[in-house]
Design a protein around this ligand. Structure first.
Ligand code: IMP
Length: 437
């Protein structure tokens, strides 16, 4: 039996966690395949709010097996906090979670390097503004190979020697970059002791997720692939260099999970009904005015991982049409429609004007995108509370017109509409059809 996936179509924070939690019971396995603790997936169940960074959003369903696969970078201290937090609330994640032996670990030197490099200005005089979770440095060492530490390494007899060698090299590198203070904080003894405690606490969860998932496919089980971040932050296809360090668009699913693309039969793309972005980088529809403030306030647009205020703007159909096509997305989930219920009129970006010319295609470099002026279409707002809507016909006509226009512009049908954070505040146009793949 094949797999479905849920991916973000903008710059992350599209509320993918809520959808994965809702769809998880219709699958046997939920798979997190890229990113790391930079992600913050929020799942709301009744009065309980769960903020997950590494743990797949299917974890609240005890019958569903959850996998963290080779493409993920794991910060073990944060993962352990997450696991202990779930246990304290009566959920034992150790029963239905497996971590890949091949997944790489974010080590203390990666956090130090992220801090150091984040101060460096990238293109356009702007810092990337990372989440400071060591993501870039860890993926850099994965590709570089010499200094990488994988989950399986925690269980090898030479763990201490290996960490001692890497820690010494990292201290030298940091000193060479003038960061003596950060180098001095890296004590080999402390790091080795910490890694041994990770081995004790996480050892039983580490296994061959690739083999398990291939067996699950042979046994005709259904998989749900959970993307982290958004497609526009993809290392190869996003707004480089203002991106994350993994393939966060639809193209990253197979590489990160080990599940071949022929199995992915349904791709659900998640977008907010407007746009947000955290950190640096071009953002053509950004609203640096009261309207942007209003969206931030009503949508509570503050980062789950860092608490930073998110930059807010109108829906950008040029960007989303691009990420829909890039990821082979067939179904659109439009989130936060309730937030737009407080405006007399709304705008959607239908094309860009760059250097005096109309452009319909998303530019491939940040400098060009920075010069893009949005060509905006105005639609009437609905100025109505839609948080109680449970079916499409409960929505005001202007909200339906907005959905139809978005769908037309991005080229795929809207199949899910979210009108609030709770599980119940979700409209599935036709759940059976969505899940029949
Ligand atoms: P990094 O992934 O921490 O290296 O950060 C690189 C860029 O991606 C920064 O602009 C971050 O704000 C952004 N970013 C990383 N993870 C997320 C996420 O889960 N949601 C939104 N933005 C993210």
């Amino acid at each position: 039996m094949p797999a479905a996936s849920v991916i973000g179509l903008q710059w992350g924070d599209e509320a993918k966690g809520k959808l994965v939690d809702l769809l998880a019971p219709r699958h046997d396995c939920v798979v997190r395949y890229q990113g790391g603790a930079n992600a913050g997936h929020t799942v709301v169940s009744g009065s309980e709010v769960y903020k997950l960074h590494h743990v797949p959003s299917g974890i609240l369903h005890s019958q569903v097996r959850n996998f963290i696969t080779p493409g993920v970078v794991i910060e073990p201290t944060t993962l352990l906090k997450e696991l202990n937090g779930l246990k304290a609330r009566g959920i034992d994640p150790t029963k239905n979670l497996m971590i890949s032996e091949r997944a790489h670990l974010v080590m203390p030197w990666h956090l130090a390097e992220d801090k150091l490099m984040n101060a460096v200005v990238a293109q356009g005089g702007e810092s990337i503004g990372t989440t400071l979770r060591g993501i870039g440095p860890c993926y850099r060492d994965k590709v570089g190979r010499n200094f990488a530490v994988r989950a399986i390494d925690l269980l090898q007899p030479d763990l201490g020697d290996r960490l001692e060698t890497i820690a010494e090299a990292k201290r030298q590198l940091l000193r060479g970059m003038g960061a003596d203070d950060l180098a001095n904080e890296l004590s080999s003894d402390q790091i080795i002791a910490q890694a041994k405690s990770w081995a004790t606490e996480l050892g039983s969860l580490i296994g061959d997720t690739t083999g398990e998932l291939l067996d699950a496919l042979d046994a005709e089980q259904r998989l749900l692939m959970e993307g982290a971040q958004g497609s526009l932050l993809d290392i190869d296809h996003g707004t480089y260099p203002f991106v994350t360090s993994s393939n966060s668009s639809g193209v990253g699913i197979s590489g990160g999970s080990g599940v071949a693309s022929c199995w992915i039969r349904r791709v659900i793309g998640v977008a907010k009904a407007y746009s947000t972005r955290v950190g640096g980088g071009p953002f053509p529809t950004e609203l640096l005015c009261e309207t942007g403030e209003k969206i931030r306030k009503i949508g509570n647009e503050y980062g789950t991982t860092t608490g930073r205020p998110r930059r807010c703007g109108w829906f950008d159909a040029v960007a989303v049409r691009y990420t829909v096509r890039l990821g082979g997305v067939d179904s659109l989930a439009l989130m936060m429609m309730d937030v737009l219920g407080h405006f007399d009129e709304l705008k959607i970006c239908t094309a860009y004007e760059i250097d005096g010319k109309r452009v319909d295609r998303f530019p491939s470099d940040a400098a060009t995108l920075r010069r893009a002026k949005p060509i905006l279409e105005t639609l009437p707002g609905w100025n109505e509370d839609v948080t109680g809507a449970r079916k499409l016909s409960d929505l005001p006509d202007n909200a339906i017109a907005y959905l139809n226009r978005v769908s037309e512009l991005v080229g795929i049908p809207v199949k899910i509409v979210s009108v609030g954070p709770d599980r119940e505040q979700t409209i599935f146009v036709n759940m059976e059809e969505l899940m029949s793949f």
